[in-house]
Every structure is written in structure tokens, then in C-alpha cells.
Design a protein around this ligand. Structure first.
Ligand code: PLP
Length: 385
């Protein structure tokens, strides 16, 4: 029998997040399961893309992105974090942060390599590792502050470990790694000579005075870190597919070659729209965004508390994990389905963020929604018996 699916196909089955969206549509519910922001795209970004299209910027771009965008990313990175990045060789613009991580794994990992990842995790990280032949090894983050021990990192290490993934602020926990925690990770990575792949897509979604510290800035991490981020969330353009990887030219050149192979390039006119946005929008835009999402976070967390589903209040990103253990059901899927039936609010079962039986008492609610939609979800949650 040669007509069969590949062994890796099981890892790219419909994710639980998409499944809950389908169930939600079926009952006409409010979808707090998927991270699709329906907040406004900044006009300068939309206008930039429109103008680029009208001016004929519609063909393939260089494999690592248009120079306008690479320069805009380098400028913004320097402005906001002090990180110096050379737009000629140290940046690859890809099909979102998702594409950037996939190309990074293709370029830097071999089949059988182990990669340490914190749990609860973002499922795409796991699927990306497995699709490229690598093996995820889990290090638990402990609620309520999602802390971890240096010893758990050491326990996870083997002679096959090649990299560690750091997602800060994190999906689904909202954890913002502190400077001290990042120093622990840095010392570990340097000691064992590991790559650090970051996912900083939520870098501007910060609450309660938390600050974003790019791991690449830590001593010893510059040469071994691939910094991954994108504009899907910051500019509410999840469908545009524009993100990037930054790092030492030794690695980025090959990451770029894989980007060329898989995607050829990110959409040309949309690259211009994003570049215009990065150049035009200042601190006040990003601070306004964080304020707007803080309001949303507090609205959903209050409703969850009132509904008897205590939230683990996030410090960043735009998801909240809540304790749904009081709901009937033998596992998180059954509990989330009960919630959907009773209130019409869809959340993702916690098991989607854990391997081997974790997360059964949790569900993840996404609050990247317009305020009226979120207010309706909050009202519905409060009706929960
Ligand atoms: N990384 C994390 C942690 C996410 O939660 C998401 C989307 O939900 C992405 C990456 C996707 O980013 P992009 O749209 O740039 O591929």
C-alpha cells in the first residue's frame, strides 16, 4: 500500500482551536476560542498596502523581504528595544511568525533533535517541531504565576537537545518572562550550547506595568537567538501573513533560503503597508493598544470570576486561562462543550495546551474581540448556573 498519508500527518490534524470554532458556528455562539482580532487595522497600514498595489508593487519580492520593510523592522527594533539588527542579512520577512518559525526549524534542526518547550504551550509550536522531525520536550510552568525551576530545565536536557523555545508574552498563559527568568534560561542555553527560538508576537500586549524584554538582549544569547515576531496581532492583520525572524547572519541566510522554498516571499503590497505602519506609529499607538486590551482583559476576568470560573489573570497577550473544574464533564473538552451549550460562549479546552492529560481543569478564553461582543459574552457567562 503506497497510497497512504505521511506519518507526520497526525500532528497537523485540525487543531482543537479550529474544532471549537466549528462547534461555535454550529450553535451560533460567541467565539472566544480563536485568536482572531477584530479590532481596527490602523488606517496608515491599510492605505500603504492599497497605494502599493496601485503603484504596481505586486510581484515577487526578494526572498528575505522588501528593503523598505527590513529597514522599518530594524528601525523599530532599535527604537523599542535597543537591539541592533542589520537589514542586510539579519532579517527574514516571512509568512507570519508561523512561517518564520517553520523556516527556522527547517534551517537549524535535524530529525531527532530535541527542543525544550514550556507547558502550557501554543500548539502550532509543537506541530512545527514535529513536522520538521524534531521532538518536543516539556518543562512545566506552575500556576498561578507560571514559574519554572532551573532543575526542570536540567531534567529536560539530553545530549540530543538543540534548542529551547521561549514565547513571551505567552499564549495561552499570558506569562511575561521576567529578567531573572530569562537570565536563568540564558545561563542554561549558554551552558549547554543551545539555540533559543523566541516567539514575541504579543510583545506589545502587556498589563500591570510588565515590560517586554527580548531574550536576544541577554548576555550570551545574541549569537544563538532567533527572534521571531510579526504584525498579525499588533496591527490586527492576521490574514495578511507578515512576520519575521531576526538573528545572526550565519543562521538567517539559510532561514531565508527555506523561506524562499516554502513561501517565496510574503505578499508584496502588504509588506509596504506594514512598513508604513512601523514607520508612522509611535509609542502612543502601542500604549493605546495595551490600554484597550487591558480593558478587555478586565471585562472578561470579572465575568469569569462572577461565573465561578476563577481566571488566572494574564500579564500579557490576549488570552485568559480559567479554572472550569466546577463544570460537569470528565475532561476539559466535555466541560467546554457544556459551557458552549449553556451560555453560547466557546472556549478552548485546556488539554489543547498540554501533552498527556494535562489542563483538564482549564479552558482558554480569547479577549481579542470588539467591546460589544465581549460584553455580550460576559453577560452570557454570568448566566451560568
Ligand atoms: N505565535 C503565537 C504564540 C500565537 O498565539 C499566534 C497566533 O495565535 C501566532 C504565533 C501566529 O502568528 P502569525 O499570524 O504571525 O503567524
Amino acid at each position: 500500500m503506497n497510497l497512504r498519508l505521511s506519518e507526520r500527518h497526525a500532528w497537523v490534524l485540525q487543531s482543537e482551536i479550529r474544532n471549537m470554532s466549528i462547534e461555535c458556528d454550529r450553535v451560533g455562539g460567541i467565539n472566544l476560542s480563536q485568536g482572531v482580532c477584530d479590532t481596527e487595522v490602523p488606517p496608515v497600514v491599510r492605505q500603504g498596502a492599497r497605494e502599493a498595489m496601485d503603484q504596481g508593487i505586486n510581484t515577487y519580492t526578494r526572498y528575505d523581504g522588501l528593503v523598505e520593510l527590513r529597514q522599518a523592522i530594524a528601525d523599530k527594533q532599535r527604537r523599542f528595544t535597543g537591539m541592533a539588527v542589520d537589514p542586510e542579512g539579519e532579517i527574514v520577512v516571512s509568512a507570519g511568525a508561523t512561517g518564520a518559525l517553520y523556516c527556522t526549524c527547517l534551517a537549524l534542526l535535524n530529525p531527532g533533535d530535541e527542543v525544550i518547550i514550556f507547558e502550557p504551550f501554543y500548539g502550532y509550536h509543537i506541530s512545527t517541531l514535529v513536522a520538521t522531525g524534531a521532538t518536543p520536550v516539556y518543562v512545566p510552568l506552575c500556576p498561578p504565576d507560571w514559574s519554572f525551576q532551573r532543575e526542570s530545565l536540567e531534567r529536560a536536557w539530553t545530549s540530543r537537545t538543540r534548542a529551547i523555545i521561549v514565547n513571551t508574552p505567552a499564549n495561552p498563559s499570558g506569562k511575561v518572562f521576567t529578567a531573572e527568568e530569562l537570565q536563568t534560561i540564558a545561563a542554561f542555553a549558554v551552558h549547554h550550547d543551545l539555540f533559543v527560538f523566541t516567539d514575541e508576537i504579543y510583545e506589545h500586549f502587556l498589563y500591570d506595568g510588565c515590560r517586554h524584554l527580548p531574550p536576544a538582549l541577554l548576555p550570551g544569547l545574541g549569537e544563538r537567538t532567533i527572534t521571531i515576531s510579526g504584525l498579525s496581532k499588533t496591527f490586527s492583520i492576521t490574514g495578511w501573513r507578515v512576520g519575521y525572524a531576526l538573528g545572526d547572519a550565519r543562521w538567517l541566510q539559510t532561514i531565508g533560503h527555506f523561506n524562499d522554498l516554502v513561501y517565496v516571499c510574503a505578499p508584496a503590497p502588504l509588506q509596504i503597508g506594514v512598513a508604513r505602519g512601523l514607520n508612522a506609529l509611535g509609542e502612543d499607538y502601542y500604549e493605546g493598544l495595551a490600554r484597550q486590551y487591558l480593558y478587555k482583559r478586565d471585562m472578561i476576568c470579572r465575568a469569569l470570576t462572577d461565573a465561578g470560573l476563577p481566571p488566572l489573570v494574564p500579564q500579557g497577550a490576549y488570552y485568559v486561562l480559567a479554572d472550569i473544574s466546577r463544570l460537569p464533564g470528565g475532561n476539559s473538552k466535555e466541560r467546554a462543550m457544556h459551557l458552549l451549550r449553556e451560555t453560547g460562549v466557546a472556549a478552548v479546552p485546556g488539554s489543547a495546551f498540554y501533552h498527556e492529560g494535562g489542563g483538564e481543569d482549564l479552558a482558554r478564553f480569547c479577549f481579542a474581540k470588539d467591546d460589544p461582543v465581549l460584553a455580550e459574552a460576559a453577560a452570557r457567562l454570568r448566566t451560568l448556573k
